[in-house]
Design a protein around this ligand. Sequence first.
Ligand code: URA
Length: 225
Amino acid sequence: MSVTTVSPAEHHVDGNVHVLPQTNHLRALHTIIRDRTARREDLVFHSRRIMRLLIETGLDLLPYEKAEVETPVGSTYDGLRLTSKICGVSIIRAGDSMETELRTIIPSVRIGKILIQRDKVTKLPQLYYSHLPADIAERHVLLLDPMLATGGTALAAIQLLLDKGVREEHIVFINLLTVPEGIAVLHDRFPNVKLVTSAVDRQLNENAYMIPGIGDFGDRFFGTD
Ligand code: URA
């Protein structure tokens, strides 16, 4: 009997940067959501499909232990079980777009919130609000923000998590789109944070939008453009 094992396309890993396999299918999803004429319902539906892939990939980066179960035919399956407590932390507002997908995969997941905005005068990221699980220091954190551009907000959010006792290597940043500048800023300061993304674009333009990009994702997703 011949057995063919088909391995799923490996995602590309460079240090702590995990890029989803650039399959034709993923590129087709990006083609829909990046189109400036996309209807909002199509953008929401198809970006959520990518978010689901990103979160499933992020969950694979968490620690597991061996777990055997007996199958209905009396045999043993040598499986695995997640060992760590986790929580999602959404960077308001764009991060909230990813929350539904995380809740669909793990309905009981705890969700923290962080609101950081750039001060109009100093241009520095300013923390306006945060509400996080009391035991967050014991958890692995899936940090949710679909856009990693200049990295200012991400750095401030991660610093807040570290100040709350979360270990840097326990943070998995779930991100839909980034650029090399964003990755460099993130990993210069926090090299142990794992980044999971679905695309690395060319560059930032003079207005800090990613190119070729997706426009203002929060506005397009929530219909405020
Ligand atoms: N935020 C967005 O929504 N889009 C970009 O291109 C950059 C930051």
